[in-house]
Design a protein around this ligand. Structure first.
Ligand SMILES: Cc1ncc(COP(=O)(O)O)c(C=O)c1O
Ligand SMILES: [Zn+2]
Length: 426
């Protein structure tokens, strides 16, 4: 594992030492990239050693199979990364990168595994995060594994799973009337007084570094070749930025054949589409999106901190930024569930909707090799997807059935507490 040479500002290119924990560039508040001595890495990091070393390891290495291009520290790992890449049953050149297989059920595990690893390395004791939901659950899990305090701020209407997993993992959870941007404001206001380190995406360098492993993986799983296009459900855009960094590194290391980088397709929900709007209007930054609403809750990021980077990458790649409304997202989600057996997250289904549209318009050909990220498990959205489907649960009692019992708070009683339940009451 290489040591970090320095951190580099994505805006002003200032070099900053990684000896101590850093957040944004002290000069211009740009996001920081982790940089290694690439000339030295060319000698030590060998692409063809990755698979044999992973196969010989006694435990699953997950994304840490790329240790040769990650910081030299003892990982806090729950088995994240090296997720399956599945060929669509209907479109032979379409591959789905199934991030549901990660711990906590989403790709957020990658960034938070690395960020919490580095937080432990730096001796940080209290981490705080504003989150659209899934980053909160991932922070709660990795902080629990590392024995670090987690302070979580997320919208009050996140999917139940995000609240449940955060509370279950022992995090301090605050549900906020508002969006991730309101949560970020609270963390920024309170962090100094509380002694919290702000582990928000892009406001420290290691969540990008963890998510870059998606870029390494999709290239390795494609035979160390670039696909023609990558579809990425974009909220804060960290994965897109991380994958682009991975491509740059792989080219510097000679790990990927010279063909052009994939077109990057950033996909958003029409109820919160600041990047798609800025892209269409030819802008280089986004505007704060008012009243963001969509059941793809991970995409409710009204003003991504890395908007300029996202737009630059999408344009440089020859890609697009598009948005789809909740009806289109739900239709694609059900289409994939019914025809492929894959229950996608709404974010992933926004990306599959985008694929259909770009094939129908001829912008993409069915011959193009495409990788779509399903960034999370559909099951994490049981409540919000059921609501989008107008699926009431439990359904009203049929004639002759008892109504399901609820307690005075309206919470369904577990079966064993119910008279006549599956397990007889004690
Ligand atoms: C399932 C899911 N997909 C996509 C995103 C957007 O991720 P990014 O910040 O990398 O754009 C999120 C963010 O919360 C998410 O939870
Ligand atoms: Zn700077």
């Amino acid at each position: 594992m290489p040591s970090i040479a320095y951190l580099e500002c994505s805006r002003c290119q200032a070099h900053i030492s990684a000896e101590t924990a850093q957040s944004l560039c002290p000069q211009c508040a740009g996001a920081l990239y982790v940089r290694y001595d690439m000339a030295a890495l060319r000698q030590t990091a060998k692409r063809d050693e990755i698979a044999p070393r992973a196969a010989a390891a006694s435990t699953s290495l997950g994304m840490w199979r790329y240790a040769a291009v990650l910081p030299d520290v003892e990982p806090v790992t729950l088995g994240e990364g090296f997720t399956p890449i599945l060929r669509s049953r209907r479109y032979p050149n379409l591959f789905l990168k199934e991030e549901a297989a990660n711990p906590t059920g989403t790709f957020k595990a990658r960034g938070l595994s690395l960020a919490v690893t580095m937080a432990r390395h730096y001796g940080l004791k209290k981490l705080a995060v504003p989150s659209a939901g899934n980053a909160a659950g991932a922070l709660a899990a990795y902080a629990a594994a590392a024995g670090i305090e987690a302070h979580i701020f997320m919208p009050r209407d996140v999917p139940l799973a995000n609240y449940l997993e955060s509370v279950a993992c022992g995090a301090n959870v605050t549900l906020v009337d508002g969006l991730i941007s309101d949560c970020a404001r609270i963390v920024a206001q309170r962090k100094d007084a509380e002694g919290w380190f702000d582990i928000s995406s892009l406001k420290e360098p290691f969540r990008i570094e963890g998510k870059k492993t998606m870029g390494y993986e999709l290239v390795e799983q494609s035979g160390w070749r670039y696909p023609d296009a990558v579809f990425y459900p974009t909220g804060g855009g960290v994965g897109l930025i991380g994958m682009w960094k991975a491509f740059e590194e792989m080219e510097a290391l000679g790990w990927v054949s010279g063909k052009r980088r994939p077109k990057m397709i950033a996909v958003q929900a029409s109820g919160c589409a600041p990047i798609a709007k800025a892209f269409r209007q030819g802008e280089t930054v986004s505007q704060m999106w008012p009243d963001a609403t969509t059941f793809a809750s991970g995409l409710r990021v009204p003003k991504p901190y890395g908007d300029a980077l996202i737009l630059e990458i999408v344009r440089e790649s020859g890609g697009l930024a598009l948005d789809f409304d909740d009806q289109q997202i739900l239709a694609s989600l059900l289409d994939w569930a019914r025809h492929e057996g894959l229950f996608l997250s709404p974010e992933g289904a926004a990306a599959t909707a985008a694929y259909d549209q770009l094939i129908a318009s001829g912008w993409l050909s069915p011959e193009d090799k495409v990788v779509i990220f399903n960034t999370g498990a559909g099951l994490k959205y049981a409540d919000v997807t059921a609501a989008a489907m107008h699926l009431a649960f439990p359904p009203p009692a049929a004639p002759g059935q008892k109504e399901i019992e609820k307690d005075h708070r309206g919470i369904i009683l577990p079966a064993r507490h119910r008279a006549g339940g599956i397990i007889t009451p004690q």
